[in-house]
Design a protein around this ligand. Sequence first.
Ligand SMILES: C[S@@+](CC[C@H](N)C(=O)[O-])C[C@H]1O[C@@H](n2cnc3c(N)ncnc32)[C@H](O)[C@@H]1O
Length: 440
Amino acid sequence: MVDPASGAGALLLRPLRQYVQEWDGSNALGALLRAAKSFTGVENDPFAAWIGNAVLAAELLPLWVRVPERERAPLPQLISTGNGLDLQFDSASVVLMNPPYGRAALDADSRRRWASSLYGHANWYAVFLHAAVERVVSGGVVAAVLPASFLGGAYYRRLRRFLGERAPLTRLRLIDDRSGVFASGVLQETCLAVFHKGAPTTRVACSTQVVNGRVRSVDLGRQALPTVDPELPWLLPRARADVALIHAASQMTRRLRDYGWKASTGPLVWNRHKRQISAAECSGAVPILWAADIAAGTVRRNTARDAQRWLMPRERDGFMVLTEPAVLVQRTTAPEQPRRLIVACLTAQTLRDWGGAVVVENHVNVLRPIDGSDGRLSAELLTALLNTPTLDRLYRCLTGTVAVSAYELEALPLPPDETLAALAGVPSNEVAGVLAKAFA
Ligand SMILES: C[S@@+](CC[C@H](N)C(=O)[O-])C[C@H]1O[C@@H](n2cnc3c(N)ncnc32)[C@H](O)[C@@H]1O
Protein backbone atom coordinates (compact mmCIF):
# COMPACT_ATOMS: atom_id res chain seq x y z
CA MET A 1 0.00 0.00 0.00
CA VAL A 2 1.43 3.35 -1.08
CA ASP A 3 0.40 6.90 -0.30
CA PRO A 4 2.25 9.09 -2.83
CA ALA A 5 1.34 12.37 -1.05
CA SER A 6 1.32 11.07 2.47
CA GLY A 7 1.78 14.23 4.55
CA ALA A 8 2.24 12.98 8.12
CA GLY A 9 0.83 9.57 7.23
CA ALA A 10 -2.80 10.05 8.28
CA LEU A 11 -4.15 7.63 5.67
CA LEU A 12 -1.56 4.94 6.36
CA LEU A 13 -2.19 5.00 10.08
CA ARG A 14 -5.43 3.00 10.19
CA PRO A 15 -4.40 0.16 7.88
CA LEU A 16 -1.04 -0.08 9.67
CA ARG A 17 -2.78 -0.26 13.05
CA GLN A 18 -5.08 -2.96 11.70
CA TYR A 19 -2.05 -4.88 10.43
CA VAL A 20 -0.48 -4.78 13.88
CA GLN A 21 -3.76 -5.79 15.56
CA GLU A 22 -4.15 -8.75 13.23
CA TRP A 23 -0.56 -9.95 13.73
CA ASP A 24 -0.64 -13.56 14.96
CA GLY A 25 2.15 -13.04 17.50
CA SER A 26 4.79 -15.08 15.67
CA ASN A 27 8.06 -13.87 14.12
CA ALA A 28 7.92 -10.22 15.17
CA LEU A 29 11.01 -9.33 13.13
CA GLY A 30 9.47 -10.80 9.97
CA ALA A 31 6.22 -8.94 10.66
CA LEU A 32 8.16 -5.67 11.06
CA LEU A 33 10.03 -6.22 7.80
CA ARG A 34 6.77 -7.02 6.03
CA ALA A 35 5.19 -3.81 7.41
CA ALA A 36 8.12 -1.79 6.06
CA LYS A 37 7.55 -3.29 2.62
CA SER A 38 3.74 -3.18 2.68
CA PHE A 39 3.10 0.38 3.92
CA THR A 40 5.00 3.18 2.28
CA GLY A 41 4.49 6.88 1.86
CA VAL A 42 6.16 9.59 -0.19
CA GLU A 43 6.01 13.22 0.87
CA ASN A 44 7.85 16.22 -0.52
CA ASP A 45 7.76 18.17 2.73
CA PRO A 46 10.60 16.76 4.86
CA PHE A 47 9.07 18.01 8.10
CA ALA A 48 5.71 16.32 7.43
CA ALA A 49 7.60 13.14 6.46
CA TRP A 50 9.60 13.31 9.71
CA ILE A 51 6.46 13.63 11.85
CA GLY A 52 4.78 10.87 9.85
CA ASN A 53 7.72 8.55 10.39
CA ALA A 54 7.56 9.13 14.14
CA VAL A 55 3.79 8.58 14.26
CA LEU A 56 3.82 5.43 12.13
CA ALA A 57 6.85 4.01 13.92
CA ALA A 58 4.97 4.35 17.21
CA GLU A 59 2.27 2.09 15.76
CA LEU A 60 4.93 -0.58 15.20
CA LEU A 61 6.19 -0.59 18.78
CA PRO A 62 4.04 -3.62 19.81
CA LEU A 63 5.95 -5.64 17.19
CA TRP A 64 9.34 -4.11 17.90
CA VAL A 65 9.25 -4.92 21.63
CA ARG A 66 8.69 -8.56 20.76
CA VAL A 67 11.84 -8.76 18.62
CA PRO A 68 14.66 -10.32 20.65
CA GLU A 69 17.01 -7.56 21.77
CA ARG A 70 20.03 -8.85 19.87
CA GLU A 71 18.04 -8.80 16.57
CA ARG A 72 16.52 -5.36 17.02
CA ALA A 73 17.20 -2.70 14.40
CA PRO A 74 15.90 0.87 14.41
CA LEU A 75 12.20 1.12 13.65
CA PRO A 76 11.56 1.36 9.88
CA GLN A 77 10.94 4.74 8.26
CA LEU A 78 7.80 4.17 6.23
CA ILE A 79 7.69 7.62 4.62
CA SER A 80 10.43 8.79 2.31
CA THR A 81 10.98 12.41 1.32
CA GLY A 82 10.58 12.77 -2.42
CA ASN A 83 8.28 13.33 -5.35
CA GLY A 84 5.21 11.09 -5.32
CA LEU A 85 4.93 11.59 -9.07
CA ASP A 86 8.25 9.94 -9.90
CA LEU A 87 7.94 7.24 -12.54
CA GLN A 88 6.69 4.00 -10.97
CA PHE A 89 4.90 1.38 -12.99
CA ASP A 90 2.93 -1.59 -11.64
CA SER A 91 4.60 -1.50 -8.25
CA ALA A 92 1.76 -1.36 -5.69
CA SER A 93 -1.40 -3.34 -5.12
CA VAL A 94 -3.14 -0.38 -3.45
CA VAL A 95 -2.60 3.36 -3.79
CA LEU A 96 -4.34 5.29 -1.07
CA MET A 97 -4.18 9.06 -1.26
CA ASN A 98 -5.51 12.50 -0.52
CA PRO A 99 -3.44 14.27 -3.16
CA PRO A 100 -2.76 18.01 -3.40
CA TYR A 101 -5.42 20.01 -5.25
CA GLY A 102 -5.07 23.13 -7.33
CA ARG A 103 -3.98 24.42 -10.71
CA ALA A 104 -0.72 22.79 -11.82
CA ALA A 105 1.57 24.91 -13.97
CA LEU A 106 3.24 22.10 -15.93
CA ASP A 107 6.23 22.63 -18.19
CA ALA A 108 6.24 21.20 -21.71
CA ASP A 109 7.96 17.95 -20.65
CA SER A 110 5.45 17.32 -17.86
CA ARG A 111 2.54 18.04 -20.20
CA ARG A 112 3.92 15.41 -22.56
CA ARG A 113 4.37 13.00 -19.65
CA TRP A 114 0.71 13.29 -18.60
CA ALA A 115 -0.71 14.04 -22.05
CA SER A 116 -3.07 11.08 -22.19
CA SER A 117 -5.18 12.46 -19.32
CA LEU A 118 -4.73 16.22 -19.85
CA TYR A 119 -7.10 18.65 -21.48
CA GLY A 120 -6.52 22.36 -20.94
CA HIS A 121 -5.63 23.41 -17.41
CA ALA A 122 -4.04 20.71 -15.29
CA ASN A 123 -4.92 20.10 -11.65
CA TRP A 124 -2.50 18.35 -9.29
CA TYR A 125 -5.07 15.85 -8.11
CA ALA A 126 -5.70 14.69 -11.68
CA VAL A 127 -1.97 14.27 -12.29
CA PHE A 128 -1.67 12.23 -9.07
CA LEU A 129 -4.61 10.11 -10.17
CA HIS A 130 -2.94 9.39 -13.51
CA ALA A 131 0.34 8.48 -11.74
CA ALA A 132 -1.54 6.26 -9.26
CA VAL A 133 -3.21 4.30 -12.05
CA GLU A 134 0.21 3.70 -13.60
CA ARG A 135 1.67 2.72 -10.26
CA VAL A 136 -0.91 0.14 -9.31
CA VAL A 137 -0.69 -3.43 -10.62
CA SER A 138 -3.38 -4.89 -12.85
CA GLY A 139 -6.26 -5.88 -10.57
CA GLY A 140 -5.09 -3.35 -7.98
CA VAL A 141 -7.00 -0.49 -6.42
CA VAL A 142 -6.62 3.28 -6.26
CA ALA A 143 -8.63 4.78 -3.39
CA ALA A 144 -8.56 8.56 -3.16
CA VAL A 145 -10.09 11.59 -1.52
CA LEU A 146 -10.81 13.87 -4.47
CA PRO A 147 -12.70 16.97 -5.51
CA ALA A 148 -15.76 15.77 -7.45
CA SER A 149 -14.94 18.07 -10.40
CA PHE A 150 -13.42 15.17 -12.37
CA LEU A 151 -16.93 13.69 -12.70
CA GLY A 152 -18.15 16.49 -14.92
CA GLY A 153 -15.71 19.27 -15.77
CA ALA A 154 -14.49 19.94 -19.31
CA TYR A 155 -10.85 19.94 -18.18
CA TYR A 156 -11.25 16.36 -16.95
CA ARG A 157 -12.71 14.87 -20.11
CA ARG A 158 -9.47 13.11 -21.10
CA LEU A 159 -8.97 11.97 -17.52
CA ARG A 160 -12.47 10.41 -17.59
CA ARG A 161 -11.53 8.54 -20.77
CA PHE A 162 -8.15 7.51 -19.30
CA LEU A 163 -9.85 6.19 -16.15
CA GLY A 164 -12.70 4.57 -18.06
CA GLU A 165 -10.23 2.66 -20.21
CA ARG A 166 -7.61 1.80 -17.59
CA ALA A 167 -9.09 1.87 -14.11
CA PRO A 168 -12.88 2.27 -13.99
CA LEU A 169 -14.52 3.98 -11.05
CA THR A 170 -16.21 1.27 -9.00
CA ARG A 171 -17.21 3.06 -5.78
CA LEU A 172 -18.05 6.66 -5.13
CA ARG A 173 -18.95 8.18 -1.81
CA LEU A 174 -19.90 11.85 -1.95
CA ILE A 175 -19.20 13.77 1.20
CA ASP A 176 -22.28 15.73 2.11
CA ASP A 177 -22.63 18.50 4.66
CA ARG A 178 -18.94 18.89 5.29
CA SER A 179 -18.75 22.44 6.61
CA GLY A 180 -15.82 22.62 9.00
CA VAL A 181 -14.13 19.54 7.55
CA PHE A 182 -11.59 21.50 5.49
CA ALA A 183 -9.77 24.24 7.39
CA SER A 184 -8.91 26.01 4.13
CA GLY A 185 -12.55 26.31 3.00
CA VAL A 186 -12.54 23.93 0.01
CA LEU A 187 -15.52 24.99 -2.10
CA GLN A 188 -15.75 21.96 -4.31
CA GLU A 189 -17.84 18.93 -3.67
CA THR A 190 -15.55 16.23 -2.26
CA CYS A 191 -15.71 12.49 -2.65
CA LEU A 192 -14.02 9.22 -1.81
CA ALA A 193 -13.46 7.34 -5.04
CA VAL A 194 -12.24 3.81 -5.67
CA PHE A 195 -10.85 2.75 -9.06
CA HIS A 196 -10.01 -0.83 -10.05
CA LYS A 197 -7.25 -1.19 -12.61
CA GLY A 198 -8.28 -3.40 -15.47
CA ALA A 199 -11.81 -3.98 -14.14
CA PRO A 200 -14.47 -4.44 -16.80
CA THR A 201 -17.25 -2.79 -14.82
CA THR A 202 -19.12 0.27 -15.98
CA ARG A 203 -21.29 0.44 -12.85
CA VAL A 204 -20.44 2.48 -9.81
CA ALA A 205 -21.64 1.74 -6.28
CA CYS A 206 -22.71 5.20 -5.12
CA SER A 207 -23.37 6.54 -1.66
CA THR A 208 -23.27 9.77 0.27
CA GLN A 209 -21.82 10.36 3.66
CA VAL A 210 -22.56 13.09 6.13
CA VAL A 211 -19.48 13.76 8.20
CA ASN A 212 -20.31 16.89 10.05
CA GLY A 213 -20.60 15.86 13.66
CA ARG A 214 -21.99 12.42 12.94
CA VAL A 215 -21.21 9.86 10.27
CA ARG A 216 -24.22 8.68 8.33
CA SER A 217 -24.11 6.91 4.97
CA VAL A 218 -26.88 6.66 2.42
CA ASP A 219 -26.70 3.95 -0.21
CA LEU A 220 -27.57 5.22 -3.70
CA GLY A 221 -27.28 1.93 -5.53
CA ARG A 222 -25.17 0.91 -8.51
CA GLN A 223 -25.25 3.42 -11.34
CA ALA A 224 -24.12 3.17 -14.93
CA LEU A 225 -21.51 5.43 -16.51
CA PRO A 226 -21.76 6.54 -20.15
CA THR A 227 -20.49 3.76 -22.36
CA VAL A 228 -20.61 5.43 -25.76
CA ASP A 229 -18.32 8.31 -24.88
CA PRO A 230 -16.53 8.10 -21.53
CA GLU A 231 -15.39 11.72 -21.91
CA LEU A 232 -18.93 12.93 -21.31
CA PRO A 233 -19.73 14.08 -17.76
CA TRP A 234 -20.60 11.17 -15.49
CA LEU A 235 -24.16 11.78 -14.35
CA LEU A 236 -24.39 10.32 -10.83
CA PRO A 237 -26.93 10.81 -8.02
CA ARG A 238 -26.15 13.07 -5.08
CA ALA A 239 -29.19 11.98 -3.05
CA ARG A 240 -31.68 9.11 -3.02
CA ALA A 241 -34.30 11.25 -4.74
CA ASP A 242 -31.93 11.65 -7.70
CA VAL A 243 -31.78 7.94 -8.55
CA ALA A 244 -35.05 7.88 -10.53
CA LEU A 245 -34.18 11.22 -12.12
CA ILE A 246 -30.81 9.92 -13.30
CA HIS A 247 -32.39 6.78 -14.60
CA ALA A 248 -34.92 8.77 -16.65
CA ALA A 249 -32.22 11.18 -17.83
CA SER A 250 -30.00 8.34 -19.00
CA GLN A 251 -32.67 7.51 -21.62
CA MET A 252 -32.71 11.10 -22.88
CA THR A 253 -30.37 11.68 -25.77
CA ARG A 254 -31.25 15.29 -26.61
CA ARG A 255 -28.85 18.08 -25.66
CA LEU A 256 -28.86 21.85 -26.25
CA ARG A 257 -27.16 21.49 -29.63
CA ASP A 258 -29.76 18.98 -30.82
CA TYR A 259 -32.35 21.71 -30.33
CA GLY A 260 -30.28 24.31 -32.16
CA TRP A 261 -28.68 26.09 -29.20
CA LYS A 262 -25.04 26.68 -28.28
CA ALA A 263 -23.53 27.87 -25.03
CA SER A 264 -20.57 30.18 -24.54
CA THR A 265 -19.08 32.30 -21.82
CA GLY A 266 -19.85 36.03 -21.68
CA PRO A 267 -16.98 37.66 -23.59
CA LEU A 268 -16.25 40.70 -21.38
CA VAL A 269 -13.41 40.20 -18.90
CA TRP A 270 -13.96 43.57 -17.27
CA ASN A 271 -10.55 44.11 -15.75
CA ARG A 272 -8.97 43.92 -19.20
CA HIS A 273 -11.16 46.83 -20.29
CA LYS A 274 -11.11 49.05 -17.19
CA ARG A 275 -10.36 52.21 -19.16
CA GLN A 276 -13.38 51.68 -21.42
CA ILE A 277 -15.85 51.17 -18.56
CA SER A 278 -17.75 54.00 -16.86
CA ALA A 279 -20.88 54.83 -14.91
CA ALA A 280 -22.07 57.36 -17.46
CA GLU A 281 -23.76 56.63 -20.72
CA CYS A 282 -22.18 58.42 -23.63
CA SER A 283 -22.61 58.22 -27.36
CA GLY A 284 -21.54 54.83 -28.73
CA ALA A 285 -21.40 53.14 -25.29
CA VAL A 286 -23.12 49.78 -24.77
CA PRO A 287 -24.58 48.65 -21.41
CA ILE A 288 -22.78 45.81 -19.65
CA LEU A 289 -24.95 42.94 -18.49
CA TRP A 290 -23.60 41.52 -15.23
CA ALA A 291 -24.46 38.28 -13.42
CA ALA A 292 -26.17 40.39 -10.76
CA ASP A 293 -28.67 41.57 -13.41
CA ILE A 294 -30.05 38.01 -13.69
CA ALA A 295 -32.80 37.36 -11.18
CA ALA A 296 -35.97 35.30 -10.93
CA GLY A 297 -36.14 34.41 -14.62
CA THR A 298 -35.73 37.94 -15.93
CA VAL A 299 -33.04 40.46 -16.69
CA ARG A 300 -33.24 43.44 -14.30
CA ARG A 301 -30.80 46.24 -14.04
CA ASN A 302 -29.14 45.84 -10.64
CA THR A 303 -28.24 49.30 -9.39
CA ALA A 304 -25.31 47.86 -7.43
CA ARG A 305 -23.59 47.53 -10.80
CA ASP A 306 -24.31 51.04 -12.05
CA ALA A 307 -20.79 52.29 -11.33
CA GLN A 308 -19.57 49.96 -14.11
CA ARG A 309 -22.56 49.96 -16.40
CA TRP A 310 -21.23 51.25 -19.72
CA LEU A 311 -18.53 49.99 -22.05
CA MET A 312 -17.18 52.04 -24.93
CA PRO A 313 -16.28 49.31 -27.45
CA ARG A 314 -13.23 49.77 -29.65
CA GLU A 315 -13.39 48.71 -33.27
CA ARG A 316 -11.98 45.29 -32.47
CA ASP A 317 -14.48 44.70 -29.63
CA GLY A 318 -17.43 44.17 -32.02
CA PHE A 319 -17.49 40.43 -31.25
CA MET A 320 -18.49 41.24 -27.67
CA VAL A 321 -21.68 43.08 -28.56
CA LEU A 322 -24.86 40.99 -28.38
CA THR A 323 -27.75 42.25 -30.47
CA GLU A 324 -29.97 39.16 -30.46
CA PRO A 325 -32.25 37.61 -27.85
CA ALA A 326 -30.50 34.96 -25.73
CA VAL A 327 -30.81 32.90 -22.58
CA LEU A 328 -28.45 33.94 -19.82
CA VAL A 329 -27.19 31.70 -17.02
CA GLN A 330 -25.08 32.82 -14.05
CA ARG A 331 -21.68 31.14 -14.10
CA THR A 332 -20.89 31.05 -10.41
CA THR A 333 -23.15 30.25 -7.52
CA ALA A 334 -22.42 29.98 -3.81
CA PRO A 335 -22.42 26.54 -2.13
CA GLU A 336 -25.30 27.53 0.15
CA GLN A 337 -27.43 28.83 -2.74
CA PRO A 338 -30.49 26.61 -3.19
CA ARG A 339 -30.16 26.62 -7.00
CA ARG A 340 -27.22 26.11 -9.34
CA LEU A 341 -29.08 27.24 -12.49
CA ILE A 342 -29.97 30.90 -12.24
CA VAL A 343 -31.39 31.73 -15.62
CA ALA A 344 -33.05 34.68 -17.36
CA CYS A 345 -34.38 35.27 -20.82
CA LEU A 346 -32.97 38.25 -22.66
CA THR A 347 -36.09 38.70 -24.78
CA ALA A 348 -36.31 40.95 -27.83
CA GLN A 349 -38.30 43.42 -25.72
CA THR A 350 -35.73 43.43 -22.89
CA LEU A 351 -32.96 43.90 -25.43
CA ARG A 352 -34.84 46.90 -26.86
CA ASP A 353 -35.29 48.28 -23.31
CA TRP A 354 -31.51 48.08 -22.91
CA GLY A 355 -30.96 50.00 -26.17
CA GLY A 356 -30.82 47.09 -28.63
CA ALA A 357 -27.34 45.85 -27.68
CA VAL A 358 -25.52 44.62 -24.57
CA VAL A 359 -22.07 43.33 -23.67
CA VAL A 360 -22.30 40.27 -21.44
CA GLU A 361 -19.73 39.98 -18.69
CA ASN A 362 -17.63 36.89 -18.15
CA HIS A 363 -19.55 35.57 -15.10
CA VAL A 364 -22.56 34.83 -17.32
CA ASN A 365 -23.10 31.98 -19.79
CA VAL A 366 -24.82 33.01 -23.00
CA LEU A 367 -27.04 30.48 -24.78
CA ARG A 368 -27.80 31.49 -28.36
CA PRO A 369 -29.55 29.82 -31.29
CA ILE A 370 -27.20 28.26 -33.82
CA ASP A 371 -27.60 29.84 -37.27
CA GLY A 372 -30.38 28.13 -39.16
CA SER A 373 -31.85 26.38 -36.12
CA ASP A 374 -35.46 25.30 -36.55
CA GLY A 375 -36.78 27.13 -33.49
CA ARG A 376 -38.24 23.96 -31.90
CA LEU A 377 -37.06 25.21 -28.52
CA SER A 378 -37.89 28.88 -27.97
CA ALA A 379 -35.78 31.09 -25.69
CA GLU A 380 -38.74 31.44 -23.34
CA LEU A 381 -39.29 27.69 -23.08
CA LEU A 382 -35.56 27.02 -22.64
CA THR A 383 -35.49 29.56 -19.80
CA ALA A 384 -38.53 27.96 -18.18
CA LEU A 385 -36.99 24.48 -18.52
CA LEU A 386 -33.66 25.51 -16.98
CA ASN A 387 -35.49 27.24 -14.16
CA THR A 388 -37.33 24.06 -13.14
CA PRO A 389 -36.26 22.16 -10.00
CA THR A 390 -35.89 19.05 -12.20
CA LEU A 391 -33.15 20.43 -14.45
CA ASP A 392 -31.47 22.18 -11.54
CA ARG A 393 -31.23 18.84 -9.72
CA LEU A 394 -30.01 17.13 -12.85
CA TYR A 395 -27.36 19.78 -13.30
CA ARG A 396 -26.12 19.17 -9.75
CA CYS A 397 -25.79 15.47 -10.59
CA LEU A 398 -23.56 16.41 -13.51
CA THR A 399 -21.06 18.66 -11.82
CA GLY A 400 -18.91 18.72 -8.74
CA THR A 401 -18.45 22.45 -8.48
CA VAL A 402 -20.51 25.54 -7.78
CA ALA A 403 -19.49 26.91 -11.17
CA VAL A 404 -21.94 26.56 -14.04
CA SER A 405 -20.02 26.03 -17.26
CA ALA A 406 -20.99 26.22 -20.92
CA TYR A 407 -19.56 22.71 -21.34
CA GLU A 408 -21.78 21.18 -18.68
CA LEU A 409 -24.84 23.13 -19.88
CA GLU A 410 -24.29 21.62 -23.32
CA ALA A 411 -24.04 18.16 -21.72
CA LEU A 412 -27.27 18.48 -19.74
CA PRO A 413 -29.90 15.93 -20.86
CA LEU A 414 -33.03 17.64 -22.19
CA PRO A 415 -36.50 16.15 -22.62
CA PRO A 416 -37.44 14.50 -25.92
CA ASP A 417 -39.24 16.21 -28.82
CA GLU A 418 -42.67 14.93 -27.70
CA THR A 419 -42.28 16.57 -24.30
CA LEU A 420 -41.20 19.84 -25.90
CA ALA A 421 -44.20 19.68 -28.22
CA ALA A 422 -46.46 19.06 -25.23
CA LEU A 423 -44.91 22.05 -23.46
CA ALA A 424 -45.48 24.49 -26.32
CA GLY A 425 -48.01 27.03 -25.10
CA VAL A 426 -47.94 25.79 -21.50
CA PRO A 427 -47.66 28.81 -19.13
CA SER A 428 -44.12 29.02 -17.72
CA ASN A 429 -45.35 28.44 -14.15
CA GLU A 430 -46.74 25.05 -15.22
CA VAL A 431 -43.61 23.88 -17.07
CA ALA A 432 -42.02 22.51 -13.88
CA GLY A 433 -44.93 20.13 -13.24
CA VAL A 434 -44.96 18.77 -16.80
CA LEU A 435 -41.20 18.32 -16.78
CA ALA A 436 -41.19 16.55 -13.42
CA LYS A 437 -43.59 13.96 -14.90
CA ALA A 438 -41.37 13.53 -17.99
CA PHE A 439 -38.41 12.71 -15.74
CA ALA A 440 -40.36 10.57 -13.26
C1 LIG B 1 -3.89 17.14 0.84
S1 LIG B 1 -2.36 16.76 1.65
C2 LIG B 1 -2.68 15.14 2.22
C3 LIG B 1 -1.78 14.68 3.30
C4 LIG B 1 -2.21 13.34 3.94
N1 LIG B 1 -2.32 12.28 2.96
C5 LIG B 1 -3.51 13.50 4.70
O1 LIG B 1 -4.54 13.05 4.22
O2 LIG B 1 -3.48 14.11 5.77
C6 LIG B 1 -1.31 16.54 0.28
C7 LIG B 1 0.14 16.34 0.63
O3 LIG B 1 0.86 16.15 -0.57
C8 LIG B 1 2.15 16.72 -0.42
N2 LIG B 1 2.69 16.88 -1.79
C9 LIG B 1 2.42 17.85 -2.70
N3 LIG B 1 3.08 17.62 -3.84
C10 LIG B 1 3.77 16.47 -3.66
C11 LIG B 1 4.64 15.71 -4.49
N4 LIG B 1 4.91 16.08 -5.73
N5 LIG B 1 5.16 14.58 -3.99
C12 LIG B 1 4.86 14.18 -2.71
N6 LIG B 1 4.07 14.87 -1.88
C13 LIG B 1 3.52 15.99 -2.36
C14 LIG B 1 1.89 17.98 0.35
O4 LIG B 1 3.06 18.44 1.01
C15 LIG B 1 0.81 17.51 1.35
O5 LIG B 1 1.41 17.03 2.52
